[in-house]
Design a protein around this ligand. Sequence first.
Ligand code: PGA
Length: 247
Amino acid sequence: MKKKIIIANWKLNGNIKFIKKYLNKIKKINNKNCIISIAPPIIYLSYIYKLIKNTKITLTSQNIDTHLNGSYTGEISAEMLKDIKIKYVIIGHSERKKYHLENNYTILKKILITQKKKLIPIICIGENLIDFNKNNSKKICKKQLKYLIKNYNINIFKNSIIAYEPIWAIGTGKNANITHINKIIKFIKNFIKKYNKKISKKIIIIYGGSINIENYKKIIQLKDINGLLIGKSSLNIKTFTYMVKNI
Ligand code: PGA
């Protein structure tokens, strides 16, 4: 069985006290079925990096800049992330699109610079509530994937993870149902297959959006799901530990 990737997206939450408590618990988990990756606010990456040395826990960055260095105040580069052994980078999260006005072009540039430095992008795609209600989920996901293929090529998915995150399910407590998730994941896989069979076989697809202790098991058991991107529930140490232990 391929290991499942479980990403804890803390968003703008956490502090030193929380980190110490969290890692004390997480470090003790020994579940060979999954890879745990923590995505704390960027300021804590370096601190956690030191605490997880000699463990199997990995780190994910919640963001990256489109440049490697230079006069870009407030940014963080792929080279810097590489320095402290970051493995994954979340790119195109709907909250960054909404609050930081990230667009398709920025997302493409971020993916390419991430791959250039041999980090793995977690490319977030998904439809909003209006499109979901209009039954446009496939159409929207296809549009987002197509932009990347058209403006680069299919190899953009070679060393990538795709996170299907319906926007209406993020942070809302409204989880997409299993049939819907399954349908979209299969669609994404088949869409990539049309361009390149090998890439579609290897592509890692994860799901995110209001994952909780009640629904995580059904989602992770779907054949084509390779992992979970967990926001709110990853901040509850008890819940997150339980979920990760039982995958
Ligand atoms: P949520 O967030 O689990 O709180 O819905 C998921 C995400 O934004 O990645």
